[in-house]
Design a protein around this ligand. Structure first.
Ligand code: SF4
Length: 464
């Protein structure tokens, strides 16, 4: 299905609309309250942005420092240029450890490299242990939000899914559903040979990998299996623990409106002599997959993303169509930029237009990423490389000519007034013919005014 078809289907899905409205409204409200009660928030957002930019400028230095420190602590660091390389590294480690089951925390990086499919093909059962991920794994679906993978499902739908997949009667109650998932997963934590996580940050100065979770599953995954593998986008490195504190202060507030997430897990290498828990082996897989190219590319700013999901919650397009309609791993406004980064600009020629450019995403972003600017540049790229549909190119080229030639503009306003007559009903245009109909399919247009502003202005000048 094309993006347009997926979006249309999402708009007609009443359950999806209900689930999205409830969840995103709640997230927006919680974020607003969190920052209202945090006067230093704006200053910390500026500081976080500065740290990200300074880190990107010397990324090679900080990555080398991180690798040195991970190895000093007894861990192993691996660098994967492509998604395929990252999958191969993880599979090799898992097979060497004789793995038949791998428990996982929520990780967009492992979604990005399609790790679950690769593990399954290799005969290793991946088990998602974040509740949202567990739900969508049972449903054989993909996450539809960066931090809330099952945001598109109502409690009733989750209860039906559990009843079908776990073969028992289940009440549509959040506490009951959580208790069932907990009981199902407990045994898996104990049996799995490998634990696979993402990483929200990694501290170069100390070699610490940082996981921010709310369910405690991160601790189980990083401490119970014999081998822990963390897969992390290379841009997630932060220089020091002091810098980390700044990001932690704004991340959970932006994501869920919490002061801090319930668990902030700091992992430093494998278990050392005398320690009671932790894995025998720790591996950090640093994933490039198009990121390094963008250090000097048009999407560089997107490398500052903390994956908090705030821009999705406030986006009027995401709030209507949800994550699956975007068709790629990363949904929402930032998802369009990350998709262009991972799959090339051609892949977002339709998606680049899935934004009203209202700026809500940039306002909500804790590191002030100017998403609308990059979306406009992607659209411009689409026009220049002629990837936009020809009708759209003709319309905008004509519009460009009209807007830059005042006499032609005035004439076109007079002509439009004439031609619009059959379509104006009760002061609005509800339907236009041919491909113009795309504009009126989901919105009404105001008719060209009589007189227009410039005609009134000229009249006033004459009068005075
Ligand atoms: S772009 Fe900003 S708001 Fe969106 S997920 Fe990334 S950090 Fe959060």
């Amino acid at each position: 299905m094309s993006f347009r078809q997926r979006a249309a289907s999402a708009l007609n899905d009443a359950s999806l609309q209900e689930a999205l409205t409830i969840a995103t409204t709640k997230f927006i409200e919680l974020r607003r309250e969190a920052f209202d009660g945090f006067p230093q928030g704006e200053r910390l957002r500026d500081r976080a942005r500065q740290i990200k930019e300074a880190t990107l400028q010397q990324l090679d230095h900080y990555v080398e420092r991180l690798v040195d420190n991970v190895e000093r602590l007894g861990g192993h660091a691996h660098y994967a240029v492509t998604a395929e390389e990252a999958r191969d590294i993880v599979l090799e480690i898992a097979k060497r450890g004789g793995a038949r089951m791998a428990v996982k925390t929520k990780s967009m990086a492992t979604e990005e490299i399609e790790l679950n499919e690769a593990l399954t093909r290799a005969g290793i059962t991946p088990v998602e242990t974040d509740l949202g991920e567990y739900i969508i794994q049972l449903a054989h679906e993909k996450p539809s939000h960066i931090i809330a993978p099952a945001i598109h499902k109502t409690k009733g739908q989750v209860a039906q899914l559990f009843a079908r997949e776990l073969k028992r009667e289940v009440a549509a109650d959040a506490e009951v559903l959580t208790r069932i998932a907990r009981a199902e997963l407990r045994d898996k934590f104990l049996r799995a040979e490998v634990g696979i996580t993402g990483a929200n940050f990694a501290v170069a100065d100390t070699g610490t990998v940082v996981l921010v979770t709310n369910e405690g599953n991160g601790r189980m995954v990083t401490s119970l299996p014999r081998v822990h593998i963390a897969v992390m986008g290379v841009e997630k490195v932060v220089p020091s623990m002091t810098d980390l504190m700044i990001f932690l202060a704004i991340l959970a507030k932006s994501a869920t409106g919490q002061k801090l997430s319930v668990y902030t897990t700091l992992v430093q290498g494998p278990r050392r002599p005398g320690e009671l828990e932790g894995p025998d082996e720790f591996h950090l897989v640093l994933l490039d997959n198009g990121r390094i190219t963008q250090l000097a590319g048009p999407l560089r700013e997107a490398l500052s993303c903390l994956r908090c999901g705030a821009c999705l919650n406030v986006c009027p397009v995401y709030r209507q169509i949800g994550g699956h309609a975007y068709g790629y791993t990363y949904p929402g406004p930032i998802g369009i930029l990350l998709t262009a980064m991972l799959h090339g600009q051609e892949s977002v020629k339709e998606l680049a237009h899935a934004s009203s450019l209202c700026g809500a995403c940039a306002d909500a972003c804790p590191v002030r990423i100017d998403i609308p600017r990059m979306l406009i540049e992607l659209r411009q790229g689409g026009v220049e490389s002629k990837t936009a549909p020809w009708a759209e190119r003709v319309v905008f080229k004509t519009l460009g000519r009209l807007l830059t030639r005042p006499a032609l503009y005035r004439l076109s306003a007079r002509l439009a007034r004439l031609f619009q007559r059959p379509f104006v009903r009760d002061g609005v245009i509800r339907r236009l013919p041919l491909f113009f109909g795309h504009w009126t399919r989901t919105r009404d247009l105001p008719p060209v005014a009589a007189p227009t502003f410039s005609e009134r202005w000229a009249e006033l000048e004459r009068e005075s």
